[in-house]
Design a protein around this ligand. Structure first.
Ligand code: ADP
Ligand code: ZN
Length: 529
């Protein structure tokens, strides 16, 4: 909207450099930008963090008129507009959070042709006033962000998005660009159909990050495991360590510092100037480690992050992919390392149970967590599984932990039956529910005070599981939870049987378990003696 395309040799590249301060387009951006600048429709599938925004922002600036962006992420609009403002781009938004005065100011600016970008909440599309308003200004393009929301079969359907199909009839000559980070081939076709994007060119960026080595290890003293990783493989490297809570961020940063590793904390509870200082240090200095909650990383573009480590389980594969994706932007070998254990599974299930929102929302959170757990427990290639999750094909990669050291699996049916029947016996003691530790004590035949107090040494399952060590039992339980053969209830994390447990107890279902590599090694060492 602001540049004069006839004078610049390459207006898109010129805008990228002059306005946004970036040297080059990323893989995939250039072709999309060229298509939309030339007036064509586009459907863009690109991973989160891949750089979708520029795909419509630059054409909005290069073409005459205002780029109208439909986005369901209302909470982010103010930030997006502020960030654009800071770059000298004229942007505004219309959504339910603003008062009439602010709304009118944006509307006036749009009609006067003084906006490069206008962000719209989807529910605005239903209003006649919106249609009238859009008719009064000049539109450079329509961008439909989070386009998978138009799909009824996806997990994020928004009825308002169906209104978007009308854009084509009303503005047949205005290019439209639909963008999403998650869509299988089927969803992509559905998006194209519902939005009337029949002529659109599809741009499907690969989600593969071949230089990132994915590794997921069982938690066993996570801070020490992390320290091992940093000392043996990443001495002097820049990296990000993600923790779930502010307290563990602080604790871990102090721990690393005490071990002689330069580490700074970052979380939303720190004063703004401390956060800004730590972030700036990370960007500027070499070999700094930032220990952070997931608040850190949005908009960070540091090419030489050599590792991303997770000390807690991410809530979803999307989150995991986005966070690990901050490693190795320069294409050089990098590590994505995650330590996870039974307590992570229990904690995440408890958080979901305690979360606000309705049953549908909780079920969605549960589905996300299940997919993350499946990735953790897989005996197949992690990368192939990740790519499949995003609807892309993947072959065994040779550069992830399961490819490099294929894990053993074993028949855990009998172990599962033992554990589940102990839970069943305990469940019959009305009103009193017990946690994992107590059940394992019973199975291993340990007479603890609690066991004695409840007379649990009289149970038929007492001592039937002394063939497995405590750690091995926790591995079994973690996988039973991950496979939905056992459930955790409420904020206390009590164990419950599921419908699927009955199949295991009734010998109708076999249970395959993954043997943790570290335990395999310990076993081998023990038998060698
Ligand atoms: P998405 O919407 O796909 O999740 P964004 O558009 O928010 O991703 O971009 C992610 C980050 O990458 C942002 O910080 C953005 O400024 C940065 N970025 C995008 N394109 C480029 C580029 N060509 N060069 C450098 N950084 C870029
Ligand atoms: Zn692999």
């Amino acid at each position: 909207a602001a540049t004069s395309p006839d004078t610049a040799v390459d207006p898109a590249l010129d805008t990228l450099r002059r306005v946004f301060g970036y040297e080059e387009f990323r893989a995939g951006q250039r072709a999309v930008v060229d298509t939309v600048v030339a007036g064509g429709d586009a459907l863009v599938l690109m991973p989160t963090g891949g750089g979708k925004s520029l795909c419509y922002q630059i054409p909005s600036l290069v073409r005459r008129g205002t780029g109208v962006v439909v986005s369901p992420l209302i909470a982010l609009m103010q930030d997006q507009v502020d960030a654009l403002d800071a770059l000298g781009v004229r942007a505004g938004f219309l959504n339910s959070t603003q008062d009439a005065e602010a709304r009118h100011a944006v509307e006036r600016a749009f009609v006067a042709g003084e906006l490069d970008l206008l962000y719209l909440a989807p529910e605005r599309l239903r209003l006649d006033a919106t249609a009238r308003l859009l008719g009064q200004g000049e539109i450079a393009l329509f961008a439909i962000d989070e386009a998978h929301c138009v799909s009824q079969w996806g997990h994020d359907f928004r009825p308002d998005y169906l209104e978007l199909s009308r854009l084509r009839e009303r503005w047949p000559h205005v290019p439209r660009i639909a963008l999403t980070a998650t869509a299988t081939q089927a969803t992509r076709e559905e998006i194209a159909e519902r939005l009337g994007l029949t002529e659109a060119e599809h741009f499907v960026a690969s989600f593969d990050r071949p230089n990132i080595q994915y590794r997921i290890v069982p938690k066993d003293g996570a801070k020490r495991q992390l320290l091992d990783l940093l000392r043996t493989e990443h001495a002097g490297d820049a990296g990000i360590v993600y923790c779930l809570s502010r307290a563990s961020v602080e604790e871990t940063a102090e721990f690393l510092t005490a071990q002689g590793i330069r580490a700074l904390p970052y979380h939303a509870g720190l004063p703004a100037h401390v956060r800004a200082r730590n972030q700036a240090a990370f960007l500027r200095e070499d070999g700094l480690v930032v220990v952070a909650t997931i608040a850190f990383g949005m908009g960070i573009d540091k090419p030489d992050v050599r590792f991303v480590a997770h000390l807690d389980l991410p809530k979803s594969v999307e989150g995991y992919y986005q966070e690990t994706g901050r490693a190795g932007r320069d294409g050089r070998p990098s590590t994505a390392w995650l330590a996870y254990g039974l307590s992570d599974v229990v904690q995440q299930r408890k958080l979901i149970a305690a979360s606000e929102g309705d049953a549908v929302h909780r079920r969605r959170l549960g589905t996300h967590l299940d997919a993350m757990l499946a990735l953790c427990e897989t005996v197949e290639c992690r990368r192939a599984q990740l790519l499949n999750y995003f609807g892309q094909a993947g072959e065994p990669c040779g550069n992830c932990d399961t490819c490099l050291a294929p894990p053993e699996s074993w028949d855990g049916t009998i172990a599962a039956q033992k554990f589940l029947s102990a839970v069943y016996r305990l469940d019959r003691e009305r009103n009193q529910r017990f946690g994992v530790g107590h059940v394992v004590d019973i199975l291993r035949g340990k007479v603890t005070p609690k066991v004695r107090q409840w007379g649990h040494d009289d149970l038929t399952v007492f001592g039937v599981g002394d063939d497995l060590g405590e750690g091995e039992w926790r591995t079994v339980v973690r996988q039973l939870l991950a496979q939905g053969l056992l459930a955790v209830e409420g904020s206390h994390g009590t164990l419950l049987l599921t419908d699927a447990s009955a199949d295991v107890l009734g010998r109708r279902r076999e249970v395959r378990l993954r043997r943790d590599p570290e335990r395999t090694r310990a076993r081998a060492a023990a038998t060698a003696k």
